[in-house]
Structure formats: C-alpha cells, structure tokens
Design a protein around this ligand. Structure first.
Ligand code: B12
Ligand code: SF4
Ligand code: SF4
Length: 228
C-alpha cells in the first residue's frame, strides 16, 4: 500500500508547475464498479486533479500560443497532456472529465471533498465558492492512505438571499435542473452580451470565493466553448 501523504505531496508538487492542484480522493470499495486503472483492472484508488481560481490560466495560455490556431478543444488537450504526464510518472492512469461516456466527476468530488451542489449545479466549495473545476483524475491499481476530514460547511444553506437564482436573465435554474437550451439561446442572442463578455451572471452573483473568480478572459473562453 502506498503512503498517500508521501505520494500526494510529490504529485501536488508536479501539478503545481502547471497551476493545478489535488482535489482529494478515495479508495474504491471492493467489488465497487470502478473505471480501469493503469493496467486495465478496475482501479483501487482515485485522486482528483483540478483548479481553484485562475491559476492554470497563464500556463494554459503559454502552451496555447505554441499550438496551431485551429486546435480543437484546447483546454481538454492541455489538461490531458499535463495530467497524462503526471500520471505516467506516478504509475497511474489519467481520466478526463470530457472522456466519453462521461465519468461521474461531480459524484467523485462530493465523495472526495464532501462538497454539495449549489442551486446552479456547480459544487459549492467553502473557500473557492463556485470558482473551481476538475481537470482530470488519477486512477491507481492499489489503495492509498487517506486522512479522514470533517465534512465542510455548505455555504448555500445559510445564504438566504440566494442572489445566484435572481440574476439569470432567463431564469435558467429551477428544481427541474438547468435549462440548457434557454441559457444557450440567450447567450448566443443579441441580449446575451453581458454573459458572453463577462461570464455567467448567476455564477458571478455568488458572494463567496470572489478572490478565486476566474479572470475575465478565462470566463469568456469558457462561454465561447459553451456556445460553440
Ligand atoms: C455535460 C456537461 C455539461 C452540459 C450539461 C450538464 C447536465 N445537465 O448534465 C452543459 C453543456 C450544459 C454544461 C455546462 C456547464 N458546465 Co458542465 N459538465 C458536463 C460534464 C462534461 C458531464 C456531466 C455528466 O453527465 N456527467 C456524468 C454523470 C454520471 O456524472 P455526475 O457526477 O453524476 O453528474 C452530475 C452533473 O451532471 C450534475 N449536473 C446536472 N446538471 C448540471 C448542470 C450544471 C450547470 C452543472 C455544472 C452540473 C450539473 O449533476 C450530476 C449529479 O451529481 C461534466 C464533467 C463530468 N464528467 O461530470 C461537466 C461539469 C459538471 N460542468 C462543469 C461546469 C463548471 C459547467 C459550467 C458552469 C461552466 C462551463 N464549463 O462552461 C457550464 C454551465 C453553463 C453556464 N451557464 O455557465 C463542471 C462543474 C465543476 C464544479 N465546480 O462543480 C464539470 C464537473 C466539468 C469540470 N471540468 O469541472 N455542462
Ligand atoms: S449565491 Fe448563495 S445559494 Fe447561490 S451559490 Fe452562492 S452561496 Fe450558494
Ligand atoms: S450564462 Fe447567462 S443565461 Fe446562462 S445561466 Fe448564466 S446568467 Fe443565465
């Protein structure tokens, strides 16, 4: 059994070179359905890789400047390249949130860090608010040692005003889920310039984690990818 303390510190150091961080992890239960590990058998442990705030953005932009101008899905490609190299170095297999069929990254994140969804679907983090994401997972063929951490406070529970739900021009969030088509039509349309240029108004309305808010260029990049 690998010592998680030791390996996760070394993995963290390797990821930090690209502005990425470890987002916790867990061991799969025996007989639990798990994605393949590095040798094709079901993985025994998982570490999530992600970002908090815009720290990977300058690394990604520097990489992008050296790519052909018509490169498809650049952020996925960069993430796969960087996280794939870290996986290889540490005997893991890298998985991406964009791999098909989609892997349950948000369920994994809830299990790894005890996070819960905000009313806008994005998981709420006690420190980063809505300004964090997952860029990959490292899958191992043997168990790791994890420290047990207390479940974090879910900030949405005490947020009575819920400005995130009052800001969207097309009220895209409801108990039925995210009205993807309505959001898309608005963001693509003539009245959608605020969402297009400055990012999702609902996400930006949340008062938490504002120090981690993505740079405007990154928000515009995500919106462009979303409406493509
Ligand atoms: C398909 C997808 C979408 C689709 C449809 C979402 C849906 N209704 O299912 C669309 C295109 C609408 C979408 C949009 C966005 N998404 Co999205 N999306 C995904 C993706 C690739 C697959 C989701 C899935 O089916 N998973 C498979 C099931 C089995 O896994 P799961 O963990 O059980 O899935 C959970 C999510 O689907 C979630 N969910 C359901 N409805 C919605 C709606 C929204 C807006 C979100 C964020 C989550 C969400 O609930 C499920 C149960 O826990 C995931 C990555 C992944 N692999 O999970 C990202 C992911 C959920 N998206 C994410 C984000 C941030 C967004 C955006 C907010 C920003 C963006 N990337 O542009 C936008 C929202 C639009 C906006 N107005 O800004 C993040 C969430 C991170 C977090 N902090 O929680 C993820 C995890 C990607 C990542 N790299 O981190 N997304
Ligand atoms: S505005 Fe309030 S309810 Fe909405 S995501 Fe932020 S903390 Fe949660
Ligand atoms: S991008 Fe704009 S239209 Fe879409 S959910 Fe956010 S605020 Fe609403």
């Amino acid at each position: 059994m690998r010592g998680e303390g030791d390996i996760s510190e070394r993995i963290s150091a390797a990821l930090l070179l690209h502005g990425l961080i470890l987002r916790g992890g867990f061991n799969f239960a025996v007989n639990e359905e798990a994605p393949p590990g590095p040798y094709g058998d079901p993985a025994r442990a998982l570490l999530l890789v992600g970002q908090a705030g815009g720290t990977p953005w300058p690394h990604f932009e520097a990489w992008l400047a050296k790519q052909p101008p018509d490169i498809a899905n650049p952020l996925d490609t960069w993430s796969r390249e960087v996280i794939g190299a870290v996986a290889e170095k540490f005997g893991a297999r890298a998985a991406s949130p964009s791999d098909r069929p989609f892997l349950p990254f948000q369920q994994w994140a809830m299990r790894a860090e005890g996070l819960k969804p905000s009313p806008v679907g994005i998981l709420m983090h006690p420190r980063y608010g809505l300004w964090h994401a997952y860029r990959g997972a490292l899958l191992f063929d043997s168990e790791l040692v994890f420290q047990h951490a207390a479940a974090p406070i879910h900030l949405c529970d005490s947020c009575l005003e819920k400005p995130c739900l009052k800001t969207c021009p097309v009220s895209a969030f409801s108990s039925d889920g995210f009205a993807y088509a309505e959001c898309l039509a608005h963001v693509r349309g003539p009245a959608g310039s605020a969402c297009r240029d400055d990012g999702c108004l609902a996400r930006n309305a949340c008062p938490y984690g504002t120090a981690y808010r993505y740079p405007v260029e990154e928000q515009a990049f995500h919106t462009r990818a979303f409406i493509r």
